[in-house]
Design a protein around this ligand. Structure first.
Ligand code: SF4
Length: 255
């Protein structure tokens, strides 16, 4: 992406209801494998929630937030989500204790006032490991810190088309890092991105918690970027993660 297109990009973000009651706007739920980061390859139940506050230019889940294509999804109670989760799990030969539940979006932290109640009830039915995928712009409540087993935090760089003054919320990044159970996955496409990680994020988090992933939501773009990003990780002392779901399925849904 060149500098001109970065400046021109303006996301069209659908505003979210002020009052959800105790319900959660579920866009989709499905069984798959964690495709990125520390728990790559682990069987997982994905719960994808609608709405995002940011609107990255290369987002592969625009259907959760873009005014032009957002899908209604369903406003579901905790019991509805547990019933759906149990039904989905039955399609595999796995027990709830042997999978991870991945809360994703969109930006699931927009719903942090209601997610702990869901997690408490899901734990009672046997689910026992909860990951969250967040852009790192919201500081977690104590209930969220207590509820989540692993934070997959993906703070954004200006390769998403937005200024770093928009992307970086230092207090939120610090507080997620302070949970002691987090990785920071950065979507990268060039050496310029490494300079941004160092300038904006390494004052907030340790280099050991950084994972680089190739930008691109098509299989060919992933493959084109992987070698470069892999070497950037090695040269800078970071970890590297492919994005298995894209390599295997391209941008097919529910994978
Ligand atoms: S923060 Fe995540 S969900 Fe939101 S626009 Fe960026 S990539 Fe998409």
């Amino acid at each position: 992406m060149n500098k001109i297109s970065k400046v021109k990009y303006q996301p069209k973000i659908k505003s979210w209801p002020k009052e959800f009651g105790d319900k959660l706007p579920l866009n989709e739920a499905f069984m798959s494998f964690q495709g990125e980061g520390r728990y790559i390859g682990h069987p997982a139940l994905f719960l994808r929630f609608n709405y995002c506050n940011l609107g990255c230019s290369w987002c592969d889940t625009r259907f959760t937030w873009d005014t032009d294509i957002i899908e209604d999804g369903q406003l579901l109670s905790v019991n509805d989500i547990i019933e759906l989760s149990t039904k989905l799990l039955k399609s595999s030969h796995l027990e709830p204790a042997n999978i991870h539940v991945v809360l994703t979006g969109g930006e699931p932290m927009l719903h942090q006032d209601r997610l702990p109640a869901l997690i408490v009830q899901m734990r009672k039915t046997g689910f026992n490991f909860f990951e969250i995928e967040t852009n790192g712009m919201y500081s977690p409540s104590q209930d969220m810190i207590d509820s989540i087993d692993w934070w997959n935090c993906s703070p954004k760089l200006s390769n998403n088309g937005l200024a770093q003054t928009v992307n970086v919320v230092p207090d939120a990044v610090r507080s997620i890092y302070a949970t002691g159970k987090s990785d920071f996955k950065f979507v990268v496409d060039s050496a310029e991105d490494i300079a941004e990680i160092k300038e904006y994020y390494l004052p907030l988090i340790a280099a050991e918690s950084v994972i680089l992933m190739p930008e691109g939501f098509t299989r060919s773009r992933q493959i084109d970027n992987m070698a470069t990003v892999n070497q950037l990780a090695l040269q800078n002392g970071y970890r590297f993660s492919p994005r298995l779901q894209i390599l295997i399925w391209g941008n097919e849904r529910k994978k």
